[in-house]
Design a protein around this ligand. Structure first.
Ligand code: DGJ
Length: 741
């Protein structure tokens, strides 16, 4: 009190008080714009200077009128001068640069006259109700000096607490404007501390998590790879508020860029200890020349928030994805036999006929023919040649794909095919005929990733070519039932023979890809397609609008897969996780199959070499899977026991009415006597319902110790738990839980 009194009589203080009064007088002129979802609120406010600021982000308040009071209770400034934000822009909803700003901007431009300054003032806002669940807020901002405007869009999905945010930039200046940075979104968060869970990886090592406290300055997650862009860093991340969130506790935001090329996410802990997140296309080598009257629409940045921990946040995101984003998100998926690891490039018609028989024998829906079926002048017999020449190899397949598709149909199975249409081997007719279609520097040595180069999808002729690869496959074989779309190289020596402006290449590449995918989907709306990038090097929610599943990793060693699938599951539903049983690793076939069942099940093993029991197990497993797959695809997922913390990993899927579920349990620590010593607490059940639990997917001849006649209340199973009896002799245990009647 004394301190305040002393302060009040100082001249600075008189000024400060005056300012406070003034602020109160003008308070009535502020406009508060809340974006509310079922549980959360992002609250924006237009201040007296017409700057749009973020005043709140988090769990929504019971009384919306109180958002106006939020900023008043934060005293994150120096009492000596009553401020700390020397710019008045730190909490900007879209931070401009070149005027007052001193922090990381959302947008930087060079105007037609060469001036680099930008300020963005509120003009208007509008809310459109798209459906009962979905609303779209737009806020128009304009520079008072230049005829330059940005419209911010916030698409909110009420039930799932998800927001997609993007911006549209345009101008009417007397010449072109250069956009040097052009973010999709700019968030501003307050908490005692922030914890970032980010991911890194490489081929076979996707989704390796790292969790650290965010310190002052800027942390950037980005990629500059152009294609296969997420190879080293995917664009998904989590930020926990106050302390690292656990599965069931804590405040946590999940963020993801919906962009299949270079992205950039800046996380800046500012001088006031608040966190600014600026996410968008990576502006690296990508200054964009915008003509007068032209719109530049950024891709969306997607986020959700939960105050109930990581599990709740991921269930919201998974549900949103199935409801709104994924191609066929509410549908089912095909089981399959892939030939990649059993044959690699070495096959012919008679070998494939055998595999079609194996597909039938196994009981899966589809046979997927992988790499190696095409090219004649430079046959695709290994990964050095042929990519780009999409004609059937006459030696391997004298009767073409169409006859194989028919043969499959006669065998009662479907037929799918692998393509990698964006790429070219220098040893190919395509490269010889159209060297100008290839991304490469005209005067420099070529540099290869997996002996191949990337086609220039900014060029409409190349787009036509890529579309025609898919189209002609379907024209020749209308019965074709599935496409695996691969993408194994990054962009080196970024240069387009087509583009005038080279700094547009990374952006136009992705736009070109989406144009092709739009055409594919317009003509073939229902065909299932796998998004593959030598593993998960490309998965993101923009691409997933066109694909029905993705390939998480070439690493199918099941122990590794438990960890990889676990991390992906925070952001993507099991429905789209393509998991194959292969011969990677030393785990028994049951362990491998159980792990692959936690998503879309497939096999990539030489079926003919399976022992009698292994084959019988696989056949039974496919049948069992067919009875529970809808729960895995469409149910709620609960991560029960974390392989990074416990000796047993456990993941559960429960249907929406809480009557049935499946629980997968694995021993992930093979030290002496490790196992499920404690019961594992189940989640997502109805406490008053009674349940029975039985072990499924048993290997032939194995008798389960689990007593399936016993009944437990949901309350018991969620408070005390259930012991799957995982130990060195039972390393993988799948349980089915059903309401007992
Ligand atoms: C990389 C994929 O991840 C594999 O599954 C396989 O399709 C190969 N490409 C084929 O070249």
């Amino acid at each position: 009190m004394k301190k305040i009194y002393k302060y009040i009589i100082s001249p600075t203080c008189i000024l400060t008080s005056l300012f406070a009064v003034l602020a109160q007088i003008t308070f009535a002129q502020t406009v508060t714009i809340p974006v509310e979802t079922a549980n959360n609120a992002l609250v924006l406010q237009v201040d007296k200077g017409k700057d749009v600021n973020t005043v709140y982000f988090g769990t929504k308040l019971a009384n919306a009128a109180e958002y106006d009071q939020v900023t008043g209770v934060y005293k994150q400034f120096c009492v000596c001068n009553g401020t700390g934000d020397y710019t008045g822009l730190l909490s900007s909803a879209y931070t401009p640069s070149g005027s007052r700003n001193l922090a990381e901007p959302a947008i930087t431009v060079t105007h037609a006259d060469g001036n680099n300054s930008l300020d963005l003032k509120y003009v208007s806002h509008n809310v459109t109700k798209i459906s009962d669940d979905v609303s779209l807020l737009s806020i128009v901002l304009k520079d008072p000096v230049y005829d330059f405007e940005v419209t911010l869009y916030y698409k909110s999905y009420f039930k799932n607490d998800v927001i997609e945010q993007w911006s549209v930039i345009k101008h009417h200046e007397k010449g072109n404007v250069t956009l040097n940075k052009f973010a999709s979104a700019n968030l501003y968060l307050k908490a005692k501390s922030f914890w970032l869970r980010q991911y890194h990886g490489d081929w076979g090592k996707e989704m390796q998590p790292e969790e650290t406290r965010i310190t002052h300055g800027i942390k950037t997650i980005d990629t500059k790879l152009g294609a296969r862009a997420n190879l080293f860093e995917p664009s998904v991340f989590m930020v926990s508020f106050d302390k690292p969130a656990t599965e069931d506790e804590g405040n946590v935001l999940y963020g993801a860029m919906e962009w299949s090329g270079n992205f950039r996410v800046d996380l800046e802990l500012d001088p006031l200890d608040n966190l600014k997140i600026i996410a968008g296309i990576n502006n690296f080598a990508s200054a964009y020349t915008l003509k007068p009257g032209e719109d530049f629409t950024t891709p969306a940045f997607l986020y959700t928030f939960s105050d109930k921990g990581k599990g709740d946040a991921s269930r919201k995101l998974q549900s949103w994805a199935r409801n709104y984003k994924l191609m066929d998100g509410k549908g089912s998926r095909l089981t399959l036999l892939n030939n990649w690891e059993s044959t690699f490039f070495d096959f012919n018609e008679s070998r494939l006929s055998g595999l079609l028989q194996d597909t039938k024998k196994l009981g899966v829906d589809l046979f997927l023919l992988d790499d190696g079926w095409f090219a004649n002048k430079y046959p695709r017999n290994d990964d050095h040649a042929g990519l780009g020449d999409w004609q059937e190899n006459r030696k391997k397949l004298p009767n073409g794909i169409a006859s194989l598709v028919k043969e499959a149909q006669n065998d009662g199975v479907k037929f799918g095919i692998w393509i990698e249409p964006e790429m070219v081997n220098p040893k190919s007719r395509l490269y010889e005929t159209h060297p100008d279609w290839v991304i490469k520097q005209p005067k420099r040595d070529e540099y290869y990733y997996r002996n191949q180069l990337v086609l220039d999808l900014s060029n409409p002729q190349v787009q036509d070519f890529v579309f025609s690869i898919v189209d002609s496959l379907f024209i020749k074989s209308p019965g074709l039932a599935y496409i695996k779309w691969d993408c194994n190289a990054v962009i080196y020596n970024a240069y387009s023979a087509h583009l005038q402006n080279q700094s547009h290449l990374y952006i136009e590449y992705v736009r070109g890809l989406y144009k092709v995918l739009e055409r594919v989907r317009a003509k073939y709306p229902a065909v299932p397609m796998m998004l593959c990038s030598g593993g998960g090097g490309r998965v993101d929610y923009a691409a997933l609008q066109y694909f029905t599943e993705f390939w998480p990793s070439d690493n199918t060693e099941p122990m590794e897969r438990i960890f990889i699938q676990w991390e992906y599951s925070y952001f993507y539903p099991a429905l789209i996780s393509a998991n194959h049983v292969t011969d990677w690793g030393k785990q028994p076939i049951k362990f491998r199959t159980d792990v692959a069942m936690m998503g879309r099940l497939g096999f990539d093993i030489p079926v003919s070499k399976l022992s009698g029991n292994d084959l019988q197990f696989c056949q039974e497993a496919v049948k069992t899977y067919n009875t529970v797959k809808q729960i895995i695809f469409q149910g709620e997922q609960y991560r029960l026991s974390d392989p990074r913390e416990q000796s047993v990993a456990s993941v559960m899927y429960v249907d929406s009415v809480k009557t049935s579920g499946v629980i997968f349990n694995y021993l992930v620590n093979n030290r002496f006597d490790e196992g499920s010593k404690l019961p594992i607490r189940l989640k997502g059940l109805d406490p008053v319902k009674k349940y029975t639990i039985k072990e499924i997917n048993l290997y032939p001849g194995i008798v389960s110790p689990i007593d399936s006649a016993k009944s437990y209340s949901g309350d018991f199973l969620m408070r005390i738990g259930f012991n799957p009896e995982v130990n060195a002799g039972r390393t993988s245990v799948v349980l089915q839980i059903n309401e007992s009647r």
